[in-house]
Design a binder for this molecule. Structure first.
Ligand code: NAI
Length: 248
């Protein structure tokens, strides 16, 4: 049976770990050719695990020229761009707003918001030339509700959601769909304990979560696959919570 992304070309940023790694692997398993982009160097492991259908690219998404180069690589290597998962992100320092610095603001907004802007700015024109495509931006439940000591992160993710909606409207009648996924607490490299424990420990219950557990990268990848594939062909401009009911 043909995969759900057969013949598609995808870029996944933040593909070196967590949600991005799981998404790149799932996209490839569903038939896509994937540019695995990250700043960490771990994108090479993800691409190697996928094999011939993937290429690794060292990219800082907060630098416009590097994002432009990333899109050019997808075209040169695989002949176009159908799916862009703007997923790279950082948590930034968790402090009261009075204790935050301009440097932290520029860093968090630079990666989480400007990186998504650059991805869409350079990716969408290629999609338009080749018959359309699907953009998925990884926002956060923290873009939908407030999280304590997360003013900068919340601002960046709220910005991603509003940018997603505006851009979705701009291209809705031109074959480019633009959606966001809003993860709740997900067991990835963003979680301090995750390096020691690749899976959430049995005692890592989350009493304030309606499902009382962590989300998994695979569950976020499944949502990204839905939005990337033609199964969501009438869906644009949504910010989909994948959060065990957290923002209900
Ligand atoms: P992760 O830390 O495992 O993966 C993030 C990846 O982004 C890393 O591989 C990192 O090297 C890469 N990255 C960071 N800065 C970059 C840059 N300037 N250029 C290119 N790549 C860069 O974390 P996770 O959880 O997989 O994060 C993926 C997305 O999900 C992020 O946007 C994050 O904000 C979002 N998210 C995660 C949640 C969680 O609980 N894990 C909750 C809500 C949102």
């Amino acid at each position: 049976m043909a995969g759900r992304l057969e013949g598609k070309v995808a870029i996944v940023t933040g593909a070196g770990s967590g949600i991005g790694c799981a998404s790149a692997e799932l996209f490839a398993a569903e038939g896509a050719e994937v540019v695995c982009a990250d700043i960490s160097g771990d994108e090479e492991k993800t691409a190697a695990a996928i094999g011939a259908a993937a290429v690794a690219l060292h990219v800082d998404v907060s630098v416009e020229a590097e994002v432009e180069g990333m899109v050019a690589m997808a075209q040169d290597r695989f002949g176009g761009l159908d799916i862009l998962l703007n997923n790279a992100g950082i948590g930034g320092p968790k402090r009261l707003v009075t204790e935050q610095t301009e440097e932290a603001f520029d860093l968090v907004l630079g990666v989480n918001l400007k990186g998504v802007f650059f991805g869409m700015k350079h990716g969408i024109p290629v999609m338009l030339r080749t018959g359309g495509g699907s953009v998925i931006n990884t926002a956060s439940a923290a873009g939908l509700v407030g999280w304590r000591k997360n003013a900068l992160y919340g601002a960046s993710k709220g910005g991603v959601i509003q940018m997603t909606k505006a851009v979705a409207l701009d291209y809705a009648d031109q074959g480019v769909r633009v959606n966001a996924v809003c993860p709740g607490m997900t067991w990835t490299g963003l979680v301090p304990d995750a390096e020691q424990h690749p899976e959430p420990p049995a005692d890592a219950v989350m009493p304030h979560q309606p499902m009382k557990r962590w989300g998994l990268s695979s569950e976020l990848a499944a949502a990204a696959l839905f939005l990337a594939s033609d199964e969501s062909s009438f869906v644009t401009g949504v910010a989909l919570p994948v959060d065990g009911g957290y923002v209900c």
